[in-house]
Design a protein around this ligand. Structure first.
Ligand code: PNS
Length: 154
């Protein structure tokens, strides 16, 4: 089964990496879709976010990184995926994700499969990483080394 894991990944966190790695053991083929949202300011460009993910999953044959603009269902159909997979951290994610899943099903009959985040990453988000880092806090346990390097401009 070929699946799509979409997200902003601005930047990718250990929580994202954990969900993608766990999915790669369940599904045969994974497309990681890096969204380009012109109305949202991002810390990293489309290319930077894709390059970080490329480096992180370099060794994994069944994980491919792509970026997209526009509707998720159009991108899903272009890549001929069987379903969309989303990680859920807590019930606070649920309302929004449930609404998106129903919209994507209504638009193009795409099923969304939810996978719970591992307990140690339940609180973790890209925004939190950016905030801690912007105040000089240590985020080395929250992101992979490739992302830490980019955050520190190394
Ligand atoms: O990591 P994020 O920011 O929570 O990811 C959000 C994402 C990429 C899943 C969402 O913004 C998205 O699907 N964007 C594409 C535009 C779209 O299809 N919108 C309608 C969905 S109901």
């Amino acid at each position: 089964m070929k699946i799509l894991i979409p997200g902003s990944f601005d930047p990718p966190t250990n929580g994202h990496i954990d969900v993608i790695n766990r999915c790669s053991k369940i599904f045969t083929e994974i497309i990681v879709g890096v969204v380009v949202n012109p109305s949202k300011d991002s810390l990293f460009t489309r290319t930077e976010r894709s390059e970080m993910l490329d480096k992180i999953f370099n060794e994994k044959q069944n994980i491919k990184i792509e970026s997209f603009e526009g509707l998720l269902v159009d991108f899903a159909s272009k890549h001929n995926v069987d379903a969309i997979v989303k990680g859920l951290r807590a019930m606070t994610d649920f309302d929004y994700e449930f609404q998106m899943a129903q919209a994507n099903f209504t638009l193009a009959s795409y099923e969304t499969i939810f996978i719970p985040s591992s307990p140690e990453y339940g609180y973790l988000s890209s925004s939190m990483v950016k905030e801690i880092h912007s105040y000089g806090g240590d985020v080395s346990s929250l992101v992979p080394p490739e992302v830490l390097k980019s955050l520190n401009n190394d």
